[in-house]
Design a protein around this ligand. Structure first.
Ligand code: NAP
Length: 500
């Protein structure tokens, strides 16, 4: 296979968390980097998820990059097209398109010890890089459960993240399988145009009101009048979200939120039977909270029916629930979620030749959610990172980018071609993270959720507020790392294969 490029740093992924390290590199004067992506543009989750009604559930004022603050969000919670435009603009403004190789999917990565570099296999050929940054996304790999008969269906059948371009559902009889964030948004939107929507709800989830509204010039003027006013307001809003997530995720006070969600349900749904169907049995925070102003109204419309069971069988024009309730449908939407973090680490081989996934054996871990034992010069950037995400998926990208730069600077200064995290440091960090998260509802809340790893620990959340993440990643701590090659006489970043 041809080597397409030798580069100092290869970033895999073109979502927000691929963009941030690239921007941080440029600002530090590092221009020898490439971004590869299986997608055909920047945007990540907002490129991939295009279903009608798709919008963020973190206020846009917070869900943006600190180096690209937009004062012009059209709503408190922006919709997918606006988020995609925003990320594409950030990439263009920072001249990242010329660093990007799209439609290039990583299929494997090996550390080449003699060269001190990563050899990355892709669908287009090989890349060699001194540093490998995996920003491949948290919720990227679609899960489509093998419901019997799936392949015999003659209508439209697709996963929520593979929405057919232009499909509005108008006049169709649609089955939506799944009631997570995606399913809920899809049901609320499809109900407006479909002739019938049948919702297969295996487990209800707690819903809080979103209180979304459009923003206009007056809002923009009042929020972003001065940089300091905007920063103060943003800081306060951030602190409120942090506090709420810590209350829930760390098990400090989930009851307050559960009571709020219960009250919202009671206000919105008068029918006792429907309310019972929509009332979760697990603790608040066990599954990721849903935020919606219109879901409860949507499921009470005459063209919507909730079947509180799993989808169990699919026929050529029908879908059946676990107890045998059968519905004729034109379209089946699998809003059945994602495999958190994907399987990218099964394609990355450690120095000892074993895949990271094999060694981690269902208990994914990385030191500070960034560095993986056995993998020199490799960094997880809010992607397959165990313990990388809480409520703001793009925050980790910036925090980690700063850490990567600090690591690279340390290595350049000391003439070190390759550093690898110590296995004990990695284990110790993960053990402490587990101790914290094991007390919270994602682990002991009484439900199954996508955060749980094969041992039942949380593989998704940073074990504390995001401010702690920024602090922990604010300095590079060499004591947790070891040199995997003799220091070379020359200093500088390009001491590995990229220089050849
Ligand atoms: P999800 O939360 O994992 O939900 C998957 C749903 O599919 C669950 O309700 C699950 O039921 C159900 N399911 C799976 N197999 C089923 C079957 N055979 N029959 C019936 N139901 C079945 O996935 P998601 O909704 O795509 O959301 C994933 C994450 O993406 C969210 O938590 C959020 O972080 C992010 N997201 C965010 C937004 C946003 O507003 N910003 C929008 C969409 C997604 P069980 O609960 O019983 O397993």
């Amino acid at each position: 296979m041809d080597v397409i490029a030798h580069t100092t740093a290869l970033i895999v992924g073109s979502g927000g968390n691929g963009i941030s390290p690239a921007v941080y590199f440029k600002r530090a004067g590092i221009t020898d980097f490439l971004i590869i992506s299986k997608h055909s543009d920047f945007g990540g989750t907002w490129f991939q998820n295009t279903y009608p009604g798709c919008e963020v559930d973190v206020p846009s004022e917070l869900y943006q990059l600190s180096y690209a603050v937009s004062g012009k969000w059209s709503a408190v919670y922006a919709k997918q097209p606006e988020l995609l435009s925003y990320l594409r603009k950030v990439a263009a403004d920072n001249d990242l398109y010329r660093h990007a190789h799209f439609e290039t999917e990583m299929t494997g990565a090996d550390w080449i010890a003699e060269e001190n570099c990563w050899e990355v296999r892709t669908t287009r050929g090989l890349y060699h890089a001194d540093f490998l940054l995996l920003a491949t996304g948290y919720l990227e790999e679609a899960v489509i459960p093998p419901v019997p008969g799936r392949d015999s269906f003659e209508g439209r059948l697709f996963h929520s993240s593979r929405w057919p371009g232009g499909y509005t559902g108008a006049g169709d009889r649609i089955a939506v399988i799944g009631t997570g964030s995606s399913g809920m948004q899809i049901v609320s939107e499809m109900q407006k145009s479909a002739s019938a929507v049948t919702v297969f709800q295996r487990t209800p989830t707690w819903v809080l009101p979103k209180q979304n509204r459009k923003l206009g010039p007056d809002d923009h003027e009042s929020v972003y009048r001065t940089a300091s006013a905007a920063a103060r307001r943003g800081g306060e809003a951030f602190a409120r979200r942090e506090s709420a997530w810590s209350d829930v995720l760390l098990g400090r006070d989930p009851r307050t939120y559960e009571d709020r969600a219960l009250k919202f349900l009671e206000e919105q749904v008068s029918d006792r039977e429907l309310r019972a169907i929509l009332t979760p049995e697990h603790s608040f925070g066990c599954k990721r909270t849903l935020y919606s102003d219109d879901y409860y109204a949507a499921v009470q419309r005459p063209n919507v029916r909730i079947i509180p069971e799993a989808a169990a069988e699919i026929g050529s024009t029908t879908i059946k629930s676990a107890s045998g309730q059968e519905v004729d449908v034109d379209t089946i939407v699998f809003a059945t979620g994602f495999y958190f973090g994907g399987h990218v680490l099964s394609h990355v081989r450690r120095r000892d030749g074993r895949s990271v996934a094999e060694v981690q054996a269902g208990h994914p871990r990385a030191y500070k959610s960034v560095s993986v034992a056995g993998c020199p010069n490799l960094f997880l950037i809010g992607g397959p990172a165990p313990n990388g995400q809480i409520w703001h998926g793009m925050f980790a990208g910036e925090a980690t980018a700063a850490y990567v730069l600090a690591a690279m600077e340390f290595m350049a200064k000391n003439g070190l071609p390759a550093l690898e995290v110590d296995e004990l440091a990695e284990d110790d960090w993960k053990r402490r993270a587990d101790e914290i998260l094991d007390r919270g509802p994602t682990v002991v809340g009484g439900c199954a959720n996508y955060s749980q790893d094969e041992l039942g620990h949380n593989k998704a959340a940073w074990p504390g507020p995001l401010r702690d993440m920024a602090e922990a990643l604010g300095t590079f701590d060499p004591s947790a790392y070891r040199v995997v090659d003799r220091p070379r006489a020359s200093s500088g970043l390009s001491s590995g294969c990229a220089a050849r």
